[in-house]
Design a binder for this molecule. Structure first.
Ligand SMILES: [Zn+2]
Ligand SMILES: [Zn+2]
Length: 362
C-alpha cells in the first residue's frame, strides 16, 4: 500500500489516499519517489482543461530510486537513481524511429490499453498521470521513462529536470535552436519561462527580454539570465520589445503560459522572418488569433514545442551534468518544499502565480 494524491473528479481537491500499487510488468520498474515538482499541467488536469482518465494519481515531475525491475529490464537495477520522463521514448513507434522521440505514441497507447492503471482501491483502477504519477510514495513506470542519473545529484532538485527544465531549456536549445547573437523574448516567467531564459542564455542569445506581470518574477528572470525585463501590466509589451531591439522585434518569442491572448501578443513582438515558439498549452478547444498577412507577408512562423522537443535519454543526463558543473540553475527554481498532504495548497499557489516551483518531498 502506498500514499498517493488522487483526483477523483475534475474541479475537486486531490485526496491523499492509501492505495494499492500493482506489480511491475516485464518492461517496467517500481520507483520509490524522493521528490516531485508541482507543475502547471497538474493544475490543468485538476481543473479539467487537460482531459485524463479518472480517477488518476497526478504528478509528472518526479525523481527517485529504483526498487524493483521487470524481467526484461537490462539498463536499470535496484538502487539506481532516476528522473522520470512523461514521454516514453519506446524506440519502436513511427516517431521514435524518425528520431522525434518526444512525440512517441506509447504514452497514449498505454493509456488506451489500460496499462496506464498503476493503482487500485476497493476494486477501482486508478490511472497514473502521463505514465508517471509522481504524487505517490511509490509508482510503476515503463523502464524507458526512467532516466538514470549519478547518485551525487540531490533528487529534490533533479526532479525538476523531469518536466519544467526539460520543457524550457529544450524549447530554446532543441526546438528553436537559438544561435549566438540572436534575440529572444519570453512571455511568462514561471517554472517553464525561467528555464527558457536560461536555455537561451546557454545558446548565447544577445538579448533575452523577460515579460511578466509580477515584479518578483521579473527579478527572478534576471538571475536566470534575462538582459531586459518588460512589465506586461503596461499593456504594450510588443512595442516595448521593439523599442529594445532597434525597432525590429526579436528573432524568437516564446510563450510559456498557454493563454491565447498572450500567444497573439507574442507573435506581434517577432521581427520579420522570426519565429513564435508556443510552449504553453491553451485548453483543448481554445483558438488563437494571429494576423494572417504576417505569416507569408513578413515570413513569421509559428512553432510548437512539446517537452522541449526532448530526446529524454540523450538530454536529461546532459542537463544534470550542466547542473553539476554549475552551468544550470536548479536550486533557485524552488520556492517551497512541502509534504504530500499540502499538495492542494501548492496547486492554489501555482494558480495564483506566487511560486516558481513547489517541490513535494517524500
Ligand atoms: Zn509539467
Ligand atoms: Zn515511441
Amino acid at each position: 500500500m502506498v500514499k498517493a494524491a488522487v483526483l477523483y473528479n475534475f474541479g475537486e481537491t486531490l485526496k491523499v489516499d492509501t492505495v494499492r500499487l500493482r506489480a511491475p510488468g516485464d518492461d517496467e520498474v517500481v520507483v520509490k519517489l524522493a521528490a516531485s515538482g508541482v507543475c502547471h499541467s497538474d493544475l490543468s488536469v485538476q481543473q479539467g482543461r487537460l482531459p485524463f482518465l479518472l480517477p488518476v494519481v497526478l504528478g509528472h515531475e518526479g525523481a527517485g530510486i529504483v526498487e524493483e525491475v521487470g524481467k526484461e529490464v537490462r539498463h536499470l537495477k535496484p538502487g539506481d537513481h532516476v528522473v522520470l520522463s512523461w514521454v516514453e521514448n519506446c524506440g519502436r513507434c513511427h516517431y521514435c524511429i524518425a528520431g522525434r522521440t518526444h512525440l512517441c505514441e506509447a504514452m497514449v497507447q498505454s493509456m488506451m490499453a489500460g496499462r496506464g492503471f498503476a493503482f487500485e482501491k476497493n476494486g477501482i483502477q486508478i490511472a497514473r498521470m502521463a505514465g508517471v504519477a509522481s504524487f505517490a510514495e511509490r509508482t510503476v513506470v515503463r523502464a524507458t521513462a526512467a532516466i538514470k542519473i549519478p547518485h551525487e545529484v540531490p533528487l529534490d532538485r533533479a526532479c525538476l529536470v523531469g518536466c519544467g527544465v526539460m520543457t524550457g531549456v529544450g524549447a530554446a536549445v532543441n526546438t528553436a535552436k537559438v544561435k549566438a547573437g540572436e534575440t529572444v523574448a519570453v512571455y511568462g516567467c514561471g517554472g517553464v519561462g525561467l528555464n527558457i531564459i536560461q536555455g537561451a542564455a546557454l545558446c548565447g542569445a544577445s538579448r533575452i527580454i523577460a515579460v511578466d506581470v509580477a515584479p518578483t518574477k521579473l527579478d527572478l528572470a534576471r538571475t536566470f539570465g534575462a538582459t531586459d525585463v518588460v512589465s506586461a501590466k503596461d499593456g504594450n509589451a510588443p512595442e516595448q520589445i521593439r523599442a529594445l531591439t532597434d525597432g525590429l522585434g526579436v528573432d524568437y518569442a516564446f510563450e510559456a503560459i498557454g493563454l491565447p491572448t498572450v500567444i497573439s501578443e507574442a507573435y506581434l513582438s517577432v521581427k520579420r522572418g522570426g519565429k513564435l515558439v508556443v510552449v504553453g498549452m491553451p485548453g483543448v478547444g481554445q483558438m488563437v488569433e494571429i494576423p494572417g498577412y504576417m505569416i507569408a507577408g513578413e515570413e513569421k512562423s509559428v512553432m510548437g514545442s512539446l517537452y522541449g522537443s526532448a530526446n529524454t535519454r540523450r538530454d536529461m543526463p546532459w542537463l544534470v551534468e550542466l547542473y553539476q558543473r554549475g552551468r544550470l540553475k536548479l536550486d533557485e527554481l524552488i520556492s517551497k518544499r512541502i509534504e504530500l498532504e499540502a499538495v492542494n495548497e501548492a496547486l492554489i499557489d501555482m494558480e495564483n502565480g506566487t511560486v516558481a516551483r513547489t517541490v513535494v518531498v517524500f
